[in-house]
Design a protein around this ligand. Structure first.
Ligand SMILES: C[S@@+](CC[C@H](N)C(=O)[O-])C[C@H]1O[C@@H](n2cnc3c(N)ncnc32)[C@H](O)[C@@H]1O
Length: 228
């Protein structure tokens, strides 16, 4: 396996216990009341769009992490299959959701094939961690996991100031890699690739989706696509 992809898995495994500090703007991710408020209100805007798809029966969440978005999917889903490479985040997700209708799987998404077609496939903050040279293969795989007429929903980061931790290099100054630190100061280099709405819409169209791709005011990019 590509060393960077292994490092990316190692990073999220080691970060599992402190992962939610990012989304809830705690500690190194606390950028002050105004920016935090803006973050939460933009996140809510994306969640509202996601909830608007429901109810849906069979949902697949890729790179589910600690469950921040699994909790949102749970409001609209009959059943969720939640996949991630890290057993540590899966354990946190499972404890948080405590739900009979969520099935977990530990998989490396670059060596995974969908077992069936779902009504909705979702991934949050995963697209940006897919190496650019693997993106189209990955999106084709995603297309194979969505039934014709089914939904794909993606949320990810814009190249925004104050998105990541205060002791990280700002995204505005980065290329396809980002050096991340944990609370103990240990460092990891991971992929972090940003997309513009038009380019993502075009890529999704090439693999068989009709997509609406939007940005919130500062922080997030999100796509809602229907499989042709
Ligand atoms: C930025 S986090 C996003 C987590 C969650 N979707 C969220 O929005 O909170 C990226 C997730 O991808 C997982 N991951 C990293 N490499 C992976 C791989 N090769 N296969 C599957 N999951 C992977 C990590 O364990 C981590 O949970």
């Amino acid at each position: 396996m590509d060393d960077r992809l292994q490092q990316q898995i190692n990073y999220y495994r080691a970060r599992a216990g402190e992962y939610d500090e990012w989304f809830y703007r705690i500690g190194r991710y606390d950028h002050g009341q105004d920016l935090n408020q803006q973050w939460f209100s933009e996140a809510q805007q994306v969640m509202d769009q996601l909830h608007g798809i429901g109810p849906v029966d069979d949902v697949l969440e890729l790179a589910c992490g600690t469950g921040i978005w699994t909790e949102q999917l749970h409001k609209i889903a009959g059943h969720i299959t939640a996949l991630d490479a890290s057993p540590e985040v899966i354990a946190i997700n499972k404890a948080k959701l405590n739900a009979d209708n969520v099935t977990y799987g530990q998989v490396d998404l670059f060596n995974w094939e969908p077992d069936r077609q779902y009504d909705l496939v979702f991934f949050g903050f995963w697209l940006s961690h897919v190496p650019p040279d693997k993106l189209m293969d990955f999106l084709q795989k995603v297309a194979r996991a969505v039934r014709p007429g089914g939904h794909l929903f993606i949320v990810d980061s814009r190249r925004a100031i104050a998105s990541s931790a205060k002791d990280h290099i700002p995204y505005a100054d980065t290329d396809v890699f980002h050096t991340r630190k944990l609370n103990d100061g240990s460092e990891y280099v991971i992929y972090k690739v940003f997309y513009e709405p038009q380019s993502l819409r075009h890529k999704l169209s090439r693999v068989g989706f009709e997509a609406d791709v939007s940005e919130t005011g500062h922080y997030f990019l999100y796509a809602h696509a229907i499989r042709r």
